[in-house]
Design a binder for this molecule. Structure first.
Ligand SMILES: Nc1ncnc2c1ncn2[C@@H]1O[C@H](COP(=O)(O)OP(=O)(O)OP(=O)(O)O)[C@@H](O)[C@H]1O
Ligand SMILES: [Mg+2]
Length: 261
């Protein structure tokens, strides 16, 4: 055991339900990993481009090709040409043309594998310890692509009753992907988000623990304006000039990913 080479670890942050905190969690998990000294690549696969904008690249979202959409639609091209430097991580930005690229990829042979191929191409040129994928609020091509590219999924879910069905739907989709692509997609954790000191949050935390507690850790992220303020300053809470009690939670998630993947 003389090799010290650590292969790149990949995590998709996914749940098809909208507004559950996918983007907030992916930015702050990436920030937590960077804060631990890792080289992190952030891939924004969401055509909405919220993470791209939230990391300070709103202009890039509107630029012409080459961009992630053209690289995926053509099935060729180099992510190294479009990757951007953020103070905490490197970023493959989304682009408004991702909306149409997603539709084209549905009918392409192995369209859902193109993201993985593109990221592998970049990894031949550059070393990253972790690749974090933010995903759209849908179970369409880009979410499938990110799940396939990552092989691991971190699931953010609101501490609300509606999450039980949302999780069932995601797990069905993961089963389908595993069957169709003869692969495995491993659940690496659940992030209960916007937890508040009320009865519904408490009931749902009990439910998350009962349902997942034995198998994967359930992390608890509170509703905090500091998370919003960091986002508005284009950084994670680790880089933002304001301390937050949620730093320890995101650091726990990063430590878990470090240990388990
Ligand atoms: N724990 C939290 N405390 C305070 N605000 C939060 C928290 N989690 C998320 N938010 C805010 O709630 C909104 C929705 O979060 P976010 O955009 O991360 O969800 P999403 O799942 O990525 O949404 P979409 O499905 O549209 O991609 C954002 O404005 C975000 O800043
Ligand atoms: Mg989002």
């Amino acid at each position: 055991m003389t090799s010290t080479t650590q292969t790149t670890r990949h995590v998709a942050v996914a749940l098809q339900k909208g507004g559950v905190g996918k983007t907030m969690v992916s930015i702050n998990v990436a920030g937590a990993l960077a804060n631990r000294g890792h080289d992190v690549l952030f891939v924004d696969t969401d055509p909405q481009g919220n993470a791209t904008e939230g990391l300070g690249f709103a202009d890039t979202y509107l630029e012409d090709a080459p961009h992630l959409a053209s690289i995926l639609a053509d099935g060729e091209g180099d992510l190294a040409d479009i990757v951007l430097e953020h103070e905490e991580m490197d970023v493959v930005p989304s682009n408004i043309d991702m909306f149409t690229a997603e539709a084209e990829l549905v009918s392409a042979m192995q369209g859902r594998r193109r993201l993985e191929r593109a990221v592998d191409g970049l990894l031949e040129e550059r070393d990253y310890d972790f690749v974090i994928y933010d995903t759209p609020p849908s179970l369409l091509v880009m979410t499938d692509s990110a799940l396939l590219a990552a092989g691991n999924v971190l699931i953010p879910a609101l501490a609300e009753e509606t999450s039980t069905r949302a999780l069932d739907i995601l797990f069905n989709q993961i089963d389908t992907i595993e069957e169709n692509f003869s692969t495995t997609v491993r659940e690496v954790g659940v992030v209960a988000n916007r937890v508040e000191p009320d009865g519904e949050s408490k009931r749902m935390m009990d439910w998350f623990e009962e349902t997942f507690g034995g198998a994967v850790p359930v992390f608890e992220v509170r509703k905090r304006v500091a998370l919003k303020r960091a986002w508005n300053n284009s950084v994670s809470i680790f880089e933002h000039d304001e301390s937050s009690d949620m730093e320890v939670v995101f650091d726990d998630i990063a430590a878990h990913l470090e240990a388990e993947l």
